[in-house]
Ligand binder design. Structure first.
Ligand code: FES
Length: 114
């Protein structure tokens, strides 16, 4: 059986085999999730938020060590989360793009003062 993942805010959907990681599914869907460690749960750049009622495997030991209590963790690591059914994922903005956007907004505010 396939799993279906929807990525927000783009709304892109992709069907993948059960057991596929959210990171691999994102790549198939053409959704950018930053990584630096190649999916080894070391860089924390792939943090995503799972929307309620998702069909995913519970945290594995590596992810539990990195993020702590699964009941209170606000984010999951896309490289570690394996999908089993229907899943909706909120992908935070790319940190570099977000920093550039903040800097541009600040520059525009300063330009208005002159
Ligand atoms: S890709 Fe680095 S922690 Fe997931």
């Amino acid at each position: 059986m396939d799993a279906e993942i929807t990525f927000w805010p783009s709304g892109r959907k992709v069907k993948v085999k059960q057991g596929t990681s959210v990171l691999m599914a994102a790549r198939q869907a053409g959704v950018l999730i930053s990584t630096r460690c190649g999916g080894n749960a070391a860089c924390f750049l792939c943090k995503v938020q799972l929307l309620p009622n998702n069909e995913v495997m519970p945290m594995n030991e590596v992810e539990r060590r990195k993020l702590g209590n699964p009941e209170t963790a606000k984010f999951r690591l896309a490289c570690q989360v394996k999908v089993t059914g229907k899943v909706e994922v909120e992908v935070p903005p790319d940190p570099l793009k977000a920093a550039v956007a903040r800097q541009l907004a600040k520059q525009q505010e300063e330009d208005l003062l002159w």
